[in-house]
Design a binder for this molecule. Structure first.
Ligand code: AMP
Length: 288
């Protein structure tokens, strides 16, 4: 089955429709799955295109998962653009989109949540209590319904990617978790569904997030070894550019824990411009 923009995308509105669609696929068909929360952009598009390239069938889910929001205002403000999303998916050549309602996703009165472990409580997990447990709960449930061969995640959410891999390993799920590079705007701002909520003046400032990370990378390449000083520099650079910084940390890329000598390093950031919270990260020690 090839993904062609002229083929009408299947819109699967509940788990029963998903199951029928899944059972009708030939047993040999490799299913590539891209979980999203919608308000799609080219960052999501890169995952969908990779799934189409590597698999026989590409299925995308769109579900704004209430379990992973720790602030109700943030959940309500999350952009919902279903019909534009379906058009984009169609134009990218995705085969099917699963658009569950909250009751379809969580029919039970009390949801048993997947634990996120110690790394799930650090950084993004510390800033947003319960976020990763909610994220893993929905991803696990989606995996159980979709039975994908491969699932596609963005490096933009590097800690999420790490935890999804860890969950699959611990649960013995034989799904190939594929990491896709972060797609950025011209000024380096990582594409995100949240960017559309930035005011035009905040949008102008937002490229400083990328500049802060590239400066940290340059400092490391030119011999800086004091990581806490590096973190402090990033912090004050962002503050100077109008951000309220939640965290700016250098972690071991393989463990998401504190680095030890010889670790591959990644800088991870979360900062607010007005009421919009942005996250980003970059592998350090490599020439851009
Ligand atoms: P979201 O809809 O924000 O939950 O994101 C769905 C998937 O798209 C996640 O795996 C994200 O990491 C990925 N993603 C979001 N933004 C980007 C981006 N700018 N580049 C690459 N992947 C992205």
């Amino acid at each position: 089955m090839s993904g062609s923009p002229s083929t009408r995308i299947f819109e699967l509105r509940d788990s029963a429709a998903l199951q029928v669609w899944r059972e009708e696929l030939s047993e040999s068909a490799r299913v590539g799955f891209v979980p999203t929360m919608g308000a799609l952009h080219e960052g999501h598009g890169s995952l969908v295109k990779k799934a189409i390239e590597e698999c026989d069938v590409a299925l995308v889910s769109i579900f704004v998962n209430p379990l992973q929001f720790n602030e109700s205002g943030d959940l309500e403000a999350y952009p919902r653009t279903e019909s534009e999303d379906c058009h984009l998916l169609q134009s990218w050549g995705a085969h099917a989109v699963y658009l569950p309602t909250p009751t379809d996703m969580y029919p039970e009165a009390e949801v048993q949540k997947v634990g996120a472990g110690p790394i799930g409580n650090r950084l993004e997990g510390a800033a947003r209590p319960g976020h990763f447990s909610g994220m893993l709960t929905v991803v696990r449930r989606l995996f159980e319904r979709v039975h994908p061969h491969c699932a596609y995640f963005g490096q933009k959410d590097a800690q999420q990617l790490f935890l999804v891999r860890e969950m699959c390993e611990e649960a013995g799920l034989k799904i190939d978790i594929r990491a896709c590079p972060t797609v950025r705007e011209h000024d380096g701002l990582a594409m995100s569904s949240r960017n559309r909520r930035l005011t035009s003046s905040d949008r102008e400032k937002a490229g400083a997030l990328f500049q802060a990370m590239t400066q940290a990378n340059r400092a490391l390449l030119s011999g800086t070894s004091e990581l806490s000083a590096l973190e402090d520099q990033v912090h004050s650079f962002l503050q100077k550019h109008g951000f309220e910084v939640e965290y700016a940390k250098v972690v071991d890329d393989q463990t998401f824990d504190a680095p030890s000598p010889g670790s591959l390093l990644r800088i991870v950031l979360a900062a607010r411009l007005g009421n919009v919270r942005l996250i980003d990260n970059m592998l350090l020690g490599k020439e851009p």
